[in-house]
Design a protein around this ligand. Structure first.
Ligand SMILES: Cc1cc2nc3c(=O)[nH]c(=O)nc-3n(C[C@H](O)[C@H](O)[C@H](O)COP(=O)(O)OP(=O)(O)OC[C@H]3O[C@@H](n4cnc5c(N)ncnc54)[C@H](O)[C@@H]3O)c2cc1C
Length: 474
């Protein structure tokens, strides 16, 4: 039987003192902080879960990051790697006394290799900065999440982030070629290769993707790029029934058509958008929306793709279908989707927002089942998401973290996860398990899978100092 480590003992307090002294000898003074303001600043993430570390290290160089991880390993100090802290499941939250390794200063785009269509980046590069840099070369890094303007590639990789374009272009894992990491032993290793094809041994680089900072700390990654699509067109289709919008989305997949984005918003989402701000694109009688986008080599090609998608939508009796090619008009249609997150916060200041996924032809069945699960709960959830790849964000809003409705909703969430898994889907499409979903892990994973995952964790991190308490139930 595994015993959880005791991080409260006197012996641990001594170890952390020695760790801190050795850290001060190894790093520049400005890379280390024990100031209350810094410890608070790095105590939470986008989930609003909170902990507090003893020390915050913001390495200026990869060597400083390597020294910090090696010293934490040597003294058995919990270490929490961190990008921008925009994660939504508590992945970067320091739950035990230990060290936060804030990697945002490792932000060099090392190389954009236009001959090989790859980019090599340090962990702390903000995803949107890479998007803009590769665009200068006519290249495209498709997995960009909604948080691209502030989240780091290290965080994106460790959560296997997926954005609006995952249906056509895939998620972060699909662009991973090679990685440079450091283990708690202090050993630095590179894994994967810069070649597109590679079957030499186990694929450790992709195993690292989605590992939530529990296996090793990533220093650098080499990512695949593709040519930038030339033309883009957008469609907003409004429906009076959410079932019609969901059926239209499934028809588009089955056609088969390949939008680069296909976003769904339910009746509650549209209601909260209307209460939030004036969005003239949203007709008052609409109760569901699909936002579709196609890209291609020419405007004719994109128009043809969109015409086919609109024909499919029209067979499901939409209230209206609006098309935009011009950048400003497209942005006006996207404004609806982009406003969902801030609009939801007008319903409360704390949210439980899940990111289940189901096979693309099961979205309608999932939403019907969800309605059954929440039928006796008075505040219907805001449901929206990347329907093209079967991702649905089911969002409940509360007044604070001690809102009395939370225990009830947690039970409903458990039932919802069981429903998603029974349809051969997943608890988490893109946000990871972290702290918030660890208690539900066994709904999806068998005891054998959990054992194999823990064995892998031990191989990388034998003393369990990397992000303790994440993914696996305590
Ligand atoms: C408004 C909003 C929109 C969002 N939209 C999307 C979306 O469309 N798609 C999506 O997938 N997510 C989305 N997210 C969630 C979040 O932005 C992503 O999970 C993102 O990948 C986190 O990046 P970060 O730099 O903030 O990482 P953090 O939150 O700092 O860390 C995330 C995890 O990565 C680990 N980690 C970070 N860097 C390293 C490293 N170098 N080595 C080892 N472990 C490391 C941390 O320990 C933690 O477990 C959204 C969040 C917000 C707030």
């Amino acid at each position: 039987m595994e015993q959880p480590a005791d991080y409260t003992s006197e012996n641990f307090a001594d170890r952390i003192r020695v760790f801190y002294d050795e850290l001060k000898s190894a790093l520049q003074a400005e890379s280390i902080s024990t100031a209350a303001a810094d410890r608070l600043m790095y105590s939470f993430d986008g989930s609003k879960q909170q902990g507090q570390a003893e020390v915050v290290v913001t390495p200026a160089t990869q060597d400083e990051a390597v020294s910090t991880v090696g010293l934490a390993g040597k003294h058995g100090i919990p270490l929490y790697a961190r990008g921008s802290g925009s994660g939504l499941t508590g992945g970067a939250v320091p739950t035990e006394r230990g060290v936060v390794l804030n990697l945002t200063r490792l932000n060099r785009i090392v190389e954009v290799d236009t001959g090989n269509l790859t980019a090599t980046v340090e962990s702390g590069v903000v995803c949107g900065d890479l998007d803009r840099e590769v665009a200068k070369h006519g290249l495209f890094y498709p997995p960009s999440p909604g948080s691209a303007d502030y989240s780091t590639l290290g965080g994106n990789i460790m959560e296997n982030a997926g954005g609006m374009r995952a249906y056509k272009y895939g998620v972060t894992r699909d662009y991973m070629l090679a990685m440079k990491c450091v283990l708690p032993s202090g050993e630095v290793f590179t894994t994967g290769s810069h070649a597109v094809k590679n079957v030499t041994g186990y694929d450790i680089a992709r195993l690292m993707v989605g590992s939530e900072g529990t296996l090793a700390v990533m220093l650098e990654a080499t990512l695949r790029l593709i040519p930038m699509p030339v033309e883009i067109g957008t469609v907003l289709a409004l429906f009076s029934l959410d079932e019609d919008a969901l059926a239209a989305a499934q028809d588009i997949v089955a056609a088969p058509l390949m939008p680069r984005a296909m976003e769904f918003m339910n009746d509650e989402t549209l209601r909260c958008l209307r209460n939030y701000r004036d969005l003239p694109q949203l007709k008052p009688e609409a109760n569901a929306a699909l936002l579709l986008e196609a890209d291609g080599p020419s405007e004719d090609d994109v128009r043809e793709q969109l015409a086919k998608m609109m024909d499919v939508c029209k067979a499901r009796s939409p209230l209206s279908v609006e098309t935009a090619f011009d950048e400003t008009e497209r942005a006006a249609l996207w404004d609806v989707r982009d406003s969902v997150s801030p609009a939801a916060f007008h319903l409360g200041d704390y949210k439980i927002s899940e990111d289940i996924s189901v096979p693309r032809n099961k979205c309608l069945e999932f939403v019907r089942g969800l309605k059954e699960i929440v039928k006796d709960y008075p505040d219907a959830p805001v449901v929206y998401g990347h329907i093209g790849d079967g991702t649905l964000h089911v969002t409940f809003m509360f007044n604070g973290q001690d809102d009395p409705r939370i225990p009830t909703v947690e039970k409903l969430v458990g039932q919802m996860f069981k429903l998603a898994v029974s349809l051969k889907g997943s608890l988490s499409a893109e946000h990871g398990i972290g702290l918030t979903k660890r208690k539900y892990l066994a709904i999806e994973l068998s005891p054998v899978e959990i054992r194999l995952m823990k064995d892998l964790k031990r191989a990388f991190d034998p003393t369990g100092i990397l992000n303790p308490g994440k993914i696996f139930p305590l």
